[in-house]
Design a protein around this ligand. Structure first.
Ligand SMILES: Nc1ncnc2c1ncn2[C@@H]1O[C@H](COP(=O)(O)OP(=O)(O)OP(=O)(O)O)[C@@H](O)[C@H]1O
Length: 356
């Protein structure tokens, strides 16, 4: 992280009556960084964007853009653009006029407006569509117009609130890639709200996970996925299995709900300590009961449910201890039929010890 972040959020709190929408949040965004804000409904994601854009005022804390405190600065005076899920194009204005709108309001000269609009539309492959009205565009095209409209003023920070939420799955992925390319080309910092974890992981440089108005973890996608800090993050991202146990004198963790012993990577926990461990479903191998391995990180069980998803199988296995574990196998695997006895096995490195 460079010395001066593009955006710095320091201890920001915001209440709406009895609801603490944000509860003392600290977060930095580096210049040119793509940050995703991920969290469940009501976790405070939109409130955070609205505070940065200037549509709401924090109760306490500071918001700095390139070191400048934004307190008291109206939205239009901030070097910040915003894109909403609902496109929010002016229906009675052409594509050209929609993109030119903000530039005209700023008093930019006409030839410069024409140049910037053409450049903006070319960036998202919409050249030649200047005269079209919003209703003559597809959903994906409308969202691209909304995107470049918000970038026409060349803000150093772009806030995006569920920008892909209204698009269907195929278009969502393609527009996501375009968004990413656009971000790289403009060099602007992007902060995107989403509650789609796959979208956050695939597009962002870092993902900030919010829970109840607090930041629970902010890391690169791979780190967040492989090393979730808390139970919430582990469950929210990829539906990890949560195993509870107690450390023995040898450092191994007995897990009665599964009927297994866990061997942890790294330093052994003190004897008697309660330990929570996350194990990703795709890190667990599934074998016929006849090939059951012995020792740590193995469990016996019965295959309860099996679902084919094309690129993967999802299996639910009721373990000897009673807890049901979720296992994801590659689509090319040939799992046994439901009802069969199975054995599960995973490596030490798959055991991620959670802080809380
Ligand atoms: N203007 C408002 N008046 C009253 N309560 C509000 C207002 N705006 C937000 N809240 C409350 O603050 C909390 C956080 O809301 P926010 O919209 O930031 O969540 P979110 O994470 O964006 O949720 P979603 O994913 O559902 O959009 C919620 O409990 C919400 O009901």
């Amino acid at each position: 992280m460079p010395a001066e972040p593009l955006l710095r959020i320091e201890g920001v709190a915001k209440r709406f009556g009895p609801v603490a929408a944000l509860d003392g949040l600290d977060l930095d965004v580096a210049p040119g960084e793509f940050l995703a804000l991920l969290g469940g409904s009501g976790s405070g994601k939109s409130t955070l964007l609205r505070l940065v854009a200037g549509f709401e005022t924090p109760d306490s804390g500071r918001i700095l853009l390139r070191g400048e405190d934004l307190a008291g600065k109206p939205p239009q005076a901030r070097d910040v653009g915003m894109v909403f899920q609902s496109y929010a194009l002016f229906p009675h204005l052409s594509v050209f006029d929609n993109v030119a709108y903000g530039l005209r309001r700023e008093g930019v000269a006409r030839p410069e407006i024409a140049r910037r609009v053409a450049e903006a539309l070319a960036m998202v492959g919409l050249q030649g569509m200047e005269r079209r009205m919003p209703h003559q565009l597809s959903g994906g095209q409308r969202q691209r117009v909304a995107l470049v409209r918000s970038l026409a003023k060349r803000p150093s920070l772009l806030l995006l609130d569920e920008p892909l939420g209204a698009l269907d799955a195929g278009l969502r992925e393609r527009t996501g890639f375009e968004l990413r390319a656009l971000q790289r080309r403009t060099g602007a910092g992007f902060v995107m709200v989403t509650h789609d974890q796959a979208e956050a992981l695939s597009l962002a440089d870092r993902v900030a996970v919010l829970e109840g108005g607090r930041l629970v973890q902010c890391d690169a996608p791979r780190v967040l996925y492989d090393r979730p800090a808390t139970r919430f993050v582990a469950e929210f991202l990829g539906g990890a299995n949560l195993l509870e146990g107690r450390a023995g004198a040898d450092g191994a963790v007995e897990c009665p709900a599964v009927g297994c012993t866990l061997r942890l990577p790294g330093a052994a926990p003190p004897a008697g300590a309660a330990v929570s461990v996350a194990v990703r479903p795709e890190r667990i191998g599934l074998l016929p009961a006849t090939d059951a391995p012995r020792g740590a990180n193995t469990a016996a069980g019965t295959l309860r449910e099996l679902a084919y998803r094309g690129e993967a199988w999802v299996a639910l296995v009721a373990t000897a201890g009673g807890q049901v574990l979720r296992v994801v196998l590659p689509g090319g695997a040939a799992p046994p039929p439901p009802g069969d006895g199975v054995a599960l096995a995973w490596e030490d490195g798959a055991n991620v010890v959670l802080k809380e």
